[in-house]
Write a protein that binds this ligand. Structure first.
Ligand SMILES: [Fe+2]
Length: 195
């Protein structure tokens, strides 16, 4: 669990008060959190709306409309990295990860945590074209659900499917957050006959 409010001294973009474009958390981890919980503790501000984007919906549209980009996004392993708190974490996954039945399994998209990586010139150009389409769609209002959280309101979302972001704000906005491991959530669902 953690709490955060805007803090210019932190390198992490989540602690700024600028707009945060939709992303998933922990692309640098092989065990990215399954659920993320965000609780609004204090809001004396203007703006700062929470933004949710269904990554599977985006993936499906790209699959239908941009077959070449879909192939790039499902096959290019993108490296994420995190340096801080005495650790250096790195992981590599395609932005759209498919399972053995070619169904969507996980979205891993975070331009803030993306590490430099090198492919051939052609693959690099293809990758940037594809990621531009993905990022542009994620920032179109038609794909976004936006809501300003008020104190006491809690947002829970699937970090393997739903991207989150936050509009720019001014004032005081204090949040608490928490991750829940995907395995623990899946286990709980099975134990309760939910899936
Ligand atoms: Fe985040």
């Amino acid at each position: 669990m953690w709490t955060f409010e805007s803090n210019n001294k932190k390198a992490d973009s989540a602690y700024s008060n600028q707009e945060l474009r939709p992303h998933t958390d922990s692309t640098y981890s092989n065990d990215a959190p399954g659920l993320q919980l965000l609780l609004c503790c204090k809001y004396e501000a203007k703006g700062g709306d929470s933004i949710m984007v269904d990554g599977f919906k985006l993936a499906n549209e790209i699959k239908q409309k941009y077959k070449k980009h879909f192939k790039t996004l499902t096959t290019t392993k993108v490296k994420g990295s995190y340096i801080g708190d005495g650790v250096l974490l790195e992981a590599k996954r395609p932005i759209i990860k498919l399972n053995e039945k070619n169904n969507f399994e996980q979205i891993s998209f975070n331009n803030y945590d993306r590490a430099p990586f090198r492919e051939t010139n052609k693959k690099t150009i293809d990758f940037y074209k594809a990621i531009k389409v993905f990022d542009t769609m994620a920032n179109q209002k038609q794909y976004q659900w936006r809501h300003i959280l008020k104190p006491g309101e809690l947002l829970i979302f699937n970090n393997w499917r739903v991207m989150h972001g936050r509009g720019a704000f001014s004032g005081i906005r204090k949040m608490a957050g928490c991750y829940i491991n995907k395995e623990d959530f899946d286990s709980c669902c099975r134990m309760n006959n939910i899936i």
